[in-house]
Unconditional design. Structure first.
Length: 83
């Protein structure tokens, strides 16, 4: 399997965190997005693969654009989006 670049919103807790953990367990790079940076950093510390913490409020269009730009700058295009 080829590792993919994944972006998960709401990754600090609940379903978003579970999705990030599942993608990580399968060897994918995971960008973690949510409003709370501390939650994202805690999740990133538990993953088995490279993780990128991108604090974002997805209700703000300019922050969403910046979120995608941050992932693309670090790893290239987002291949899997979990929102």
């Amino acid at each position: 399997m080829t590792a993919r670049t994944c972006l998960v919103t709401g990754a600090g807790k609940g379903i978003g965190r579970a999705a990030a953990e599942a993608l990580s367990a399968r060897g994918h790079r995971v960008a973690l997005a949510a409003r709370n940076k501390a939650d994202l950093e805690e999740v990133a510390g538990t993953l088995d693969v490279q993780a990128l913490v991108v604090p974002t409020d997805v209700t703000e269009p300019d922050q969403v654009e910046a979120m995608f730009a941050a992932v693309e700058d670090a790893w290239g295009p987002v291949e899997v989006l979990v929102a």
